[in-house]
Design a protein around this ligand. Structure first.
Ligand SMILES: *Cc1c(COP(=O)(O)O)cnc(C)c1O
Length: 417
């Protein structure tokens, strides 16, 4: 049995003594399963480092209400990118003061709602947004707490679609414009500058881009302070990657914090972080039944009942998630694991050695982040159910969709005779 991080919490076909086959019997497939104790342990790895960092969990990684409720109970704050995420955090019992609002395009409605809720910080991504926020704050007779999200022009060395910190990305404020904008914001009584932020990308598996970024952000913070601008926290965003293949070396949260601690030594900035993937990614699996096995010229296709609508990352980012057959030992035959959706892009895993027969239960690992939160109903497929396992108990935390839900927002037209 491999000791890879993404399988480490599975004991054969069991998690904490609970048989995965029984869960699929009860709740059907495809089925997302999370290990709550493992997620807690990942959060603690961030929270218990010598350098105290304030953790704002990036809600977009996995926004299930029960997961958010646990995160709030465990002392995490939240990084949100939409009003929908803000409403989820409120539903889950998260404190407004512990919410950071990121995102490159915030609507007037979102700014107004978040200001009324008195969230902890707006991470502003452009000059236009800065003045829109100031306007809304003025109308509401409130002061908006802000940090500018600066783009330190660092190559995160990850997939281009999840690299966000280079100068030609849509994200953040170019570092050379930051001082001028901070000066302008400091003149505006509707804004209260509290920090400086960045987020350079996702699934970053080396420490060097983080080092480059924090050095650049720290020196900017110092220049700003020298100009009388009160920067009390530095927000380094998220982005720490997770192991996706056997033997792949990926820094742990402790390693990242040790690096930040080294660079920020002898300074008094509070450190804020927004991890998503590294808290939940390898703590979730997707279970799926084999529908059939098909030989097509030289290729073998294992067709399963999960598809790109359930797990979009292979189609979107060429992700290659680890896959295992829970009913059979690994086979010789190289296969593509594909779903039923009518798209060639509906390949969940390319070229994997696996033996499979119809009815087998397949586990796809490393899907706790950007799995269910990116799911859609494409091909009018029902979105999957989700199960949370903690302290030896399994709880259904999301029911599978019903067919009525597929069209519930579409009725009321007079077109149907
Ligand atoms: C997506 C995102 C994160 C989380 O990134 P991970 O790679 O999941 O840790 C944090 N901050 C911002 C602004 C983001 O957009």
């Amino acid at each position: 049995m491999s000791k890879a991080a993404y399988w480490a919490w599975l004991d054969g076909a069991k998690v904490q003594g609970i048989a995965l086959h029984d869960l699929v019997e009860q709740y059907g497939s495809p089925l997302y399963v999370y290990d709550g104790n493992e997620i807690r342990a990942r959060l603690l790895a961030y929270q218990q480092a010598a350098l105290q960092a304030k953790i704002h969990y990036a809600v977009k990684a996995n926004s299930n209400l029960s997961l958010l409720a646990k995160m709030a109970q465990w002392g995490a704050g939240f990084d949100i990118v939409s009003l929908g995420e803000l409403r989820r955090v409120q539903m889950a019992g998260g404190k407004a003061a512990d919410i950071v609002f990121s995102g490159v395009g915030k609507t007037q409605e979102e700014l107004r709602y978040a200001l009324a809720a008195e969230i902890g910080c707006f991470n502003v991504e452009s000059e236009a947004e800065l003045w829109q926020l100031a306007d809304v704050a003025k109308q509401m007779e409130k002061r908006a707490k802000i940090a500018l999200r600066v783009n330190p022009n660092v190559d995160a060395k990850t997939h281009p679609y999840i690299s966000t910190g280079m100068k030609d990305n849509k994200f953040g404020i170019a570092i050379e414009n930051a001082e001028r904008l901070y000066q302008a914001a400091a003149q505006c009584s509707d804004l209260e500058i509290i920090g400086l932020g960045c987020h350079i990308g996702s699934q970053i598996t080396q420490l060097s881009p983080f080092r480059e970024a924090v050095e650049s952000i720290k020196s900017l913070a110092e220049r700003l302070r020298a100009q009388g601008i009160a920067i009390s926290h530095i927000d380094m965003g998220g982005g720490l990657g997770i192991q996706m293949q056997t033997g792949q070396e990926v820094p742990a949260p402790q390693d990242l914090l040790a690096l930040y601690s080294e660079v920020l030594a002898n300074s008094d900035y509070a450190l804020h972080l927004q991890p998503g993937r590294s808290l939940v990614g390898n703590q979730g699996i997707l279970l799926s039944r084999v529908l059939s096995v098909k030989q097509q010229s030289e290729k073998q296709f294992v067709i399963i009942d999960a598809a790109m609508n359930d797990y979009m990352r292979p189609a979107l980012y060429q992700a290659q998630p680890p896959v295992r057959n829970l009913d059979r030992m690994e086979g010789e035959q190289e296969s593509d694991i594909v779903g039923p959706v009518c798209e060639t892009g509906d390949t969940l895993r390319k070229a994997v050695s696996i033996a499979a027969q119809a009815g087998d239960l397949i586990a796809i690992a490393g899907v706790g982040a950007y799995g269910m939160s990116m799911a859609s109903r494409y091909n009018s497929r029902l979105q999957a159910a989700e199960v949370w396992i903690e302290d030896g108990t399994a709880d259904l935390i999301r029911r599978r969709d019903s067919y009525e839900q597929l069209w519930e927002n579409e009725i009321g037209t007079s077109f149907i005779e």
